[in-house]
Design a protein around this ligand. Structure first.
Ligand SMILES: [Zn+2]
Length: 246
């Protein structure tokens, strides 16, 4: 390797180091994106990544139950789009929409080639001082006729973040109803879920929005469309506005 190459690689390494955030637990999380405008602070987590990681991590703080760091996600049976591609595309539009509305926005990732576990995504939201965490996912089902959106929130008996259950359920309800109003996607309701590592490690109100079913031709085709994604982002932003105005 010549000197020029060595210097270039050194600069690249420096860039990578300055883009990293080290959480209290010592896990390295990519500081993928931060747009500061001074308003409420929102962390967006585009679900999944190019490759899942079946290495285990605790399901919550102090948990003995261990779950895969991050799963591979589903894909569009009509469009062929992967869930990790869809979630990032919508997240990018949501970031633009929220920033335009005056929010300070952080994203757990802005590329596909990362390895950030669900626990680390929650810890990242804490490390940036996020007031809420909005996690974007899409669903898959055995039946192609299953369609619609739903949101997941911790229950009042969650062993880790029961105190945040009412606010998380409110956030979930506001985001889901605004999202469905903006997109016309059917509202399948807010469901209590205490098994999600990325919820259980959160220290702020959190929602998982399952934006639609990638195994349903109509949901899949709509969600893959860029103009439709703008409606999705505007709907989610409307829900976030409604949550903070509550
Ligand atoms: Zn998912």
């Amino acid at each position: 390797m010549n000197i020029r190459k060595t210097i270039l690689l050194g600069l690249l390494a420096t860039g990578i180091m300055t883009a990293a955030v080290y959480t209290g637990a010592g896990a390295k999380v990519e500081n993928a994106y931060a747009a500061t405008t001074g308003g409420h602070i929102v962390c967006i987590d585009p679900g999944h990544q190019a490759k899942g990681d079946s290495t285990k991590e605790p399901n919550g703080p102090g948990a003995t139950v261990m779950k895969a760091r991050v799963t591979g996600g589903t894909h569009g049976t009509t469009t062929g789009l992967y869930e990790y591609q869809l979630t990032l595309a919508v997240a990018e539009q949501l970031r633009k929409e929220l920033t335009a509305r005056g929010y300070t926005v952080y994203m757990t990732r802005t590329s596909h080639d990362v390895n950030i576990s669900n626990m680390e995504r929650a810890q990242y939201a804490t490390s940036v001082g996020a007031e809420i965490s909005v996690r974007l996912h899409a669903n898959g089902a055995n039946s192609a006729s299953t369609s619609g959106a739903l949101a997941l929130a911790p229950s009042a008996t969650n062993p880790y973040i029961a105190k945040l259950a009412p606010a998380s359920q409110l956030l979930s309800s506001k985001v889901l109803s605004s999202y469905c109003a903006a997109t016309g996607i059917a509202n399948k309701g807010v469901q209590a879920n205490d098994t999600m590592t990325g919820i259980n490690w959160c220290t702020m109100p959190v929602t998982i929005l399952e934006m639609g079913f990638m195994t349903n031709p109509s949901d899949d085709t709509n969600m893959a469309n860029s103009a439709f994604q703008q409606k999705m982002a505007a709907g989610i932003a409307d829900g976030i506005d409604a949550y903070f105005k509550n």
